[in-house]
Design a protein around this ligand. Sequence first.
Ligand SMILES: [Zn+2]
Ligand SMILES: [Zn+2]
Length: 346
Amino acid sequence: MRGMTFGGDRTVEFIEVPDPVPGPGEVVLEMKASGICGSDLHMYRGPRGMSLLGATPSEPVIRGHEPCGVVAAIGPGVAENQAKIGDRVMVHHYTGCGVCRHCRTGWPQMCDQQRPLVYGSGAGHGGHAPYMKVPAATLVLLPDELSFEAGAAIACGTGTAFAALRRLNLSGADTITIFGQGPVGLAGTQLAAAMGARVIAVDLSPERLELARRMGADEVINSSEVNPVEAIRDLTDKGADLSMDASGATEARHAALESLRPWGTLALVGVGGEFKPTLGWLMPKQTTVFGSFTFSITGQADCANFAARREVRVDEIFTDRWTLDQADAAYKKADTQTAGKGVIML
Ligand SMILES: [Zn+2]
Ligand SMILES: [Zn+2]
């Protein structure tokens, strides 16, 4: 079987690996959609063989950590209520020890007993290939209402936005600002709007702000043209109730804090940059700040069920659909960081 890996310095490479055969407790999926995530750009731009999370691979690994497909083969010891041939499924793309507190509560990516095996962005083969082998315990059923592309988005970017919004306790009475309208920020805009909140989307790219409007943003602010803190104060009563930084940029993160009203809450979701808040912004204003990293396996199911029941068009986040053979063009486009999200269809 042929799969895609990163060749280092903004190149992609195809590698041959043996066709996967499921061992005990494992299944093989026939891939249908494999999303491109913002975090993939770190590996795309980095040196050959770079890995983002968990255990380090000894050989090149198939990338793609937003996998969605159909169960095609089942190994020994997999119960019928875990997986059946033909099930439409997403992968919660982490495996830990299975026993520690984090693994048992559905957060294997936080396993404290071993470095977790991360599929696609760690040492486990991912979804940029025709087939993918995973433990049956990583599977999350895809509701019939959702497309395979929607499942791919929920498997990382959209699921990450959903988890942060749930922790923000967002309601229809709130105004939320979302800094950074890349794949995670756009998903945040779409989901926050579906939850009933008033959404102010902030980005530097006019193309991305146009997408944000289409995904349900009530207001958009181009922070390369105006001071976003002042613009948000003008649009609200002394600041937003809630904010999320999905940009990972230091300046944006500080603006997300400074544009909150007293008693506001900031969720830090974007990776990278710095965060150096002053006490003057935190204490007199009674501000709450928390970090939010990915989501649990049950949180992934919650996100999918929410999208299905509320008819959220999750797949509208994809502006570009590619074949596996077009992976080079797909990552070149993602690297511009002006488009929506890309997905490889298999
Ligand atoms: Zn991701
Ligand atoms: Zn564990």
